[in-house]
Design a protein around this ligand. Structure first.
Ligand SMILES: [Zn+2]
Length: 215
């Protein structure tokens, strides 16, 4: 059965980890906005080239171009056969309405983590500058902020400062939250508590999705 899923969650809610797990569980390709754009550009499709012209100019890819990229990706055979797990799109109500014109969504999941918990998680996060491995103040590398995997320097990311995080959370509240509410109004939303271990959260997620799909 091809399952068509959307995943929402604030940065720091564990969306990346859970997306990987859900994609495996349901056999649906995990499609993130960034990967999709990179692929469209690499494949030099007409819409990919258009997106590239904005990216090269350091501009945001406009909605209508992004929609073209999404529509193109969702028409590919792996999606037609296995469904999709769309991550990072739609971000706005306008995008959600447009997506509905060419794709059916079975379930939209929202991983709910209180803002103060997300802030705490992000501000304690540290990352290896060489290989990208993630650590935290609570779970540092074994030796003096030197990566256990590659020996690189483990630091705080420049965009993980409290000011930058607050800005991203505000954008989420003003744009993405209304989009989540839009899916709730459409009867497609499943909300899951994102607190606890990754295993606990993924058990909750699959139970809630299965229950929704069985309706
Ligand atoms: Zn490393």
């Amino acid at each position: 059965m091809a399952v068509r899923l959307l995943i929402f969650g604030r940065q720091g809610a564990g969306k990346g980890t859970q997306s990987t797990r859900l994609s495996e569980r349901y056999g649906a390709p995990h499609i993130s906005t960034g990967d999709m754009l990179r692929a469209a550009v690499a494949n030099a499709t007409p819409i990919g080239l258009e997106a590239k012209s904005y990216m090269d100019a350091g501009q945001l890819v406009p909605d209508e171009v992004m929609l073209g990229v999404v529509e193109e990706r969702l028409a590919e055979p792996d999606v037609v056969e296995h469904g999709f797990l769309l991550d990072g799109f739609p971000r706005t109500v306008v995008q959600a309405e447009a997506l509905g014109r060419f794709a059916t969504v079975d379930v939209a999941v929202d991983i709910v983590v209180p803002e103060e918990v997300v802030l705490e998680r992000i501000s304690s996060r540290r990352v290896c500058g060489s290989c990208g491995r993630i650590y935290s103040v609570q779970a540092p590398p074994e030796r003096d902020w030197t990566c256990d995997t590659c020996g690189g320097e483990v630091v705080q990311r420049a965009d993980d400062t409290p000011e930058a995080v607050a800005k991203r959370l505000a954008a989420y509240a003003s744009e993405t939250q209304p989009t989540i509410d839009w899916y709730a109004d459409a009867g497609l939303l499943v909300k899951v508590d994102g607190l606890g271990t990754p295993d606990e959260v993924s058990e909750r997620l699959t139970a809630a999705i299965d229950a929704h799909l069985a309706r």
